[in-house]
Design a protein around this ligand. Structure first.
Ligand code: FAD
Length: 488
């Protein structure tokens, strides 16, 4: 049943599970746990549609690299799945076995812990049952780049696809316009006793449940933990601790341009670094796409035509093409884009500002930067790609100078894949949640979503985070049964 908390103050106490956030992670968990027979309340801060009063609560200034944090997340039922693109690639064994450079360890679990949940995650986002992740083109040869493998979800819009299930699954209550604004920790029991929720008229209420799961996205999960005075007073969240740190993105580097040799297939190509490449260069993983420019082919002759075109009258209706050519300053058939792994780095992360949002929560601030290891990854991927284009007679690559010279400002953009702010680790020294996604120092507070990623690899995050959500649902189901609780 979906109720609007703005007009229906019908929350009750005593739910088995309270889940904060109804994006892919929260909806998946809520449906799994309710179908297993537990009583579940799913709290969604936004409504059925986009609304400024909800979206402005995501305002989040940033320093360091530009993140566009407000624009890339959606704060209403279905979360950011309301505009995701549906590209799916699961983690692979090496994501769990390789230790990243720097001071942070990799995953404390193995690939075999999440692999059993792949089929279930595929079904959730409407990928064909049993289909292997496709190889989209031949690899580059030479051992550094394989062909990339991925599948495209339609893309599944979680609020639409699961509308009936959210309305009709017995044991599940969904409240929209119901914002979690505080977490109340009881140090005597080590349990989160309640969450405070608020509507948009600042009506606040306390909600008691047996277990709580934060599933509000990587920035908000950290913000919730940092904002809680009781978690801070109990030392669960420490001032200089790891909550909010190690924010990771996937790096979309404007690598440069390329020309294909005569006779080469003009179809777009997507490559993926091999495990051998990662081992040899101690670099991160990366997806590289090389696509011909369909709009204008310049073949390096732009200089001659630029002056002429810039002086042409725009009345001819070719203004955008003129602009494109005037700004395009290199020879090339096509452009090279990337989705590159960023290593966990405690200097990148979420902190809180003094300033409060409209509901009284401290606003989040993101500082995002790259480490020297990230710059090395970019350089290795760029230069090895260029070499292999030439060695395999595929063509010729012209790299932008910042790829190999770290003193030149980098041209890049984020992929809107927010990860790592409540990272999983074997101990509290290196992470925020344990192997079961439980916040260290608590008995009943869990986190779902890509904030738990210990490393981000170069796979799109939604498929792995759904595998983790299914794994967490199994764990919580077992935990409840082991305490003697019975599902209805
Ligand atoms: C343009 C774009 C394209 C993308 N394309 C891809 C892609 O192709 N492949 C891929 O794998 N990933 C992609 N992503 C990333 C993908 O959208 C996320 O990985 C995914 O949505 C994360 O799911 P989530 O449930 O963890 O968080 P979200 O989807 O962010 O959901 C969080 C939910 O929590 C709610 N919430 C927040 N705060 C509170 C609060 N205080 N109280 C109550 N509720 C709250 C929000 O309203 C929201 O509904 C893309 C992202 C963008 C922006």
């Amino acid at each position: 049943m979906i109720k609007d908390y703005q007009s229906q103050k019908a929350l009750r106490d005593g739910y088995d599970f309270c889940i904060v956030g109804a994006g892919p992670a929260g909806i998946t968990l809520a449906l799994q746990l309710a179908k297993a027979g537990w009583s579940v309340v799913l709290l969604e801060g936004g409504g059925h549609e986009y609304a400024p009063r909800s979206q402005t609560l995501y305002q989040c200034p940033s320093t360091g690299l530009e993140l566009y944090a407000e624009e890339t997340r959606l704060r209403y039922l279905g979360g950011t799945s309301n505009h995701w693109m549906g590209r799916c690639r699961p983690f692979e064994p090496s994501d769990f076995s390789v230790t990243p450079p720097g001071t942070m360890p990799g995953w404390p679990i193995a690939y075999s812990d999440v692999e059993p949940y792949l089929a279930g995650a595929m079904e959730i986002v409407d990928l064909p049952k049993g289909q292997d992740f496709k190889t989209v083109n031949p690899g580059l040869g030479g051992g550094d780049f394989d062909a990339d493998r991925f599948l495209l979800s339609p893309p599944t819009r979680f609020a639409q696809k699961y509308a009936t299930a959210l309305e009709e699954t017995p044991g599940l209550e969904v409240f929209i316009n119901c914002n979690c604004v505080d977490l109340e920790f009881d140090p005597a029991s080590g349990r989160l006793a309640a969450v405070q929720v608020s509507d948009y008229d600042l009506h606040r209420e306390r909600l008691v449940a047996r277990n709580f799961i934060l599933a509000s996205g990587a920035i908000e999960n950290a913000r919730q933990l940092l904002n809680s005075q009781s978690l801070a007073a109990a030392g669960v969240v420490k001032k200089d601790g790891l909550v909010g740190r190690c924010f990771m993105e996937h790096l979309n580097i404007d690598m440069g341009t390329f020309i294909l040799n005569e006779g080469q297939d003009p179809e777009p190509r997507q490559y993926y670094t091999t495990d051998a490449f990662v081992a040899e260069y101690h670099a991160g993983k990366g997806n590289v796409s090389a696509a011909l420019l369909s709009e204008v082919k310049t073949y390096g002759r732009t200089a001659e035509v630029k002056d002429f075109l810039e002086n042409l009258s725009c009345e001819m209706g070719i203004a955008h093409k003129i602009d494109f050519i005037a700004k395009f300053s290199c020879p090339g058939d096509g452009v090279i884009g990337t989705m590159i792994e960023q290593f966990p780095n405690a200097q990148s992360g979420i902190s809180l500002l003094e300033e409060k949002d409209a509901l009284g929560m401290a606003k989040a601030h993101v500082h995002w930067e790259l480490s020297a290891d990230d710059r090395r990854t970019i350089k290795c991927i760029g230069t090895e790609l260029a070499k292999q284009f030439a060695e395999t007679q595929l063509g010729f690559v012209k790299l932008n100078p910042f790829v190999y010279d770290a003193s030149v400002p980098l041209k890049m953009s984020p992929h809107a894949h927010h990860m790592g702010t409540t990272r999983m680790a074997a101990s509290a020294e290196f992470g925020v949640v344990d192997r079961d996604c439980k916040v260290f120092g608590t008995e009943n507070l869990y986190v779902a979503g890509s904030s738990i990623f210990a490393t981000g690899g170069a796979s799109n995050p939604t498929m792995p985070l759904l595998q983790f959500a299914l794994r967490l649902a199994d764990h919580l189901n077992d935990k409840m049964k082991s305490t003697g609780a019975s599902a209805v």
